[in-house]
Design a protein around this ligand. Structure first.
Ligand SMILES: [Cu+2]
Length: 407
């Protein structure tokens, strides 16, 4: 009753607010009333829950009183609880099956579109096989479970049959699921192996792209003309050398930085995954790519994109569609915003794009590593030199590279 009283008060207050607001609007001087809609407050739902409990308790008591009265008058039981429970079981089954139908038809459309990578198709087919098998078993067992409870409820006319054990049945329901699960696990194992242990085709060498995670951004490193991503060492990390690239290694001299990941379609891409601080995770859902980036350890993931960004726009009927790379490991407060745009383009488009990307090396770094300076770049590089005083992020290192590239 107390709960009810509070609830009434809460409602009364809202309507008072509503009247006040209406009056304010009528006077053409809108008053600022700072109020949260009632259905958004925790108190509202707490009250609603208490009210429901109260309602159930009252109905329960009423039924009990009714039953006791009949018992006192020596009349037979009025409510057959076995039938009530049996019927509830059937209703639950119908609601549950409708839920399955709803998930497949309504939420089913919210799944990711077709895999946009070669190995992604294998993962998808494995996912579908598991889903189909488990759905069949789920529906079958649940129909049996609930219908048996309904049809064989106690009606008073039947006695339960004592049936403690059957070895044949035990064998069937142990061996069949074991075999099915073994096939599924083996399939997963073989698929996983085919993704991670590829035999390299010398005629179709993958494009290596290094991706380094840090709170809260990704840094991309393209290998440049030599196709090799140079060595790096965390001890070399400075304000100007955000990745700790070792410029004594000449493979680093042509390495390029990029804001977005642009990759050619139908060409294998090999991600070299490293981290500067904590564990992050490279997650590219459309390509079915996901792998942790772990500090102190280099991981690799090779995949071949098969659908260009433009093709995907028409496929999903969304002109604003973009492939995205996310961090899928809760890595700190900015985790939610740690993403990169991926563009899958034709080989020609990729080649044109990659030429325009800035190199990491600049004269500040050349000085640091005692390398001969490039005269043309010396003048423009001197201008933003101030920014080296502040601990520069990777992006500022890139900004300094840009003038050098103009030559
Ligand atoms: Cu992260």
């Amino acid at each position: 009753m107390a709960a009810l009283a509070v609830l009434v008060t809460v409602f009364a207050n809202t309507s008072a607010f509503a009247q006040e607001a209406a009056a304010g609007a009528a006077a053409a001087a809108p008053k600022q009333i700072d109020m949260v809609p009632i259905y958004k407050s925790v108190a509202f739902y707490t009250m609603l829950f208490l009210l429901l409990c109260l309602f159930i308790a009252i109905v329960g008591k009423a039924i009990r009183v009714y039953e006791l009265t009949r018992e006192a008058q020596d009349k037979p039981d009025s409510i057959n609880w076995n039938t009530v429970n049996g019927v509830i079981f059937v209703l639950f089954l119908i609601a549950g099956l409708f839920g399955v139908y709803f998930e497949y038809t309504v939420h089913g459309h919210m799944l990711l579109p077709d895999a946009a990578s070669e190995h992604g198709k294998k993962i998808d087919s494995m996912f579908n096989i598991t889903l189909i098998l488990t759905t069949i078993v789920f529906i079958g067992t649940h129909i049996a479970l609930f219908l048996f409870s309904f049809f064989y409820r106690n009606t008073g006319k039947r006695k339960a049959y004592y049936y403690p054990h059957n070895n044949a049945l035990e064998r069937i329901w142990t061996i069949v699921p074991a075999l099915v699960l073994t096939v599924l696990v083996l399939m997963g194992f073989l698929t996983w192996r085919s993704i991670f242990y590829k035999i390299e085709d010398p005629n179709n060498k993958p494009l290596s792209i290094e991706i380094t995670s840090q709170q809260f951004q990704w840094t991309l490193r393209y290998p440049g003309a030599d196709g090799i991503v140079g060595l790096k060492n965390y001890k070399l990390i400075t304000g100007t050398n955000g990745l700790g690239m070792d410029f004594k290694d000449k493979n680093n001299l042509d390495d390029q930085n990029a804001d977005e990941m642009v990759i050619p379609v139908n060409k294998p891409v090999r991600l070299i995954i490293t981290s500067k601080d904590v564990v992050h995770s490279v997650y590219m859902p459309h390509f079915r790519v996901q792998l942790n980036s772990v500090p102190g350890m280099t991981s690799y993931f090779e995949f071949t994109p098969t659908i260009t960004s433009e093709e995907m726009k028409t496929k999903v009927n969304d002109p604003a569609f973009q492939y995205l790379l996310y961090c899928s490991k809760i890595c700190g407060s900015g985790h939610y915003n740690m993403k990169k745009v991926i563009r899958v383009v034709s080989q020609a488009e990729y080649e044109a794009w990659v030429l325009k990307q800035p190199k990491f090396i600049n004269n500040d770094l050349r000085k640091e590593f005692n390398l001969p300076l490039v005269p043309d770049a010396a003048a423009p590089a001197a201008a933003p030199a101030d920014s080296t005083a502040t601990p520069a992020k990777d992006s500022s290192a890139v900004a300094m590279n840009k003038p050098a590239l103009k030559k």
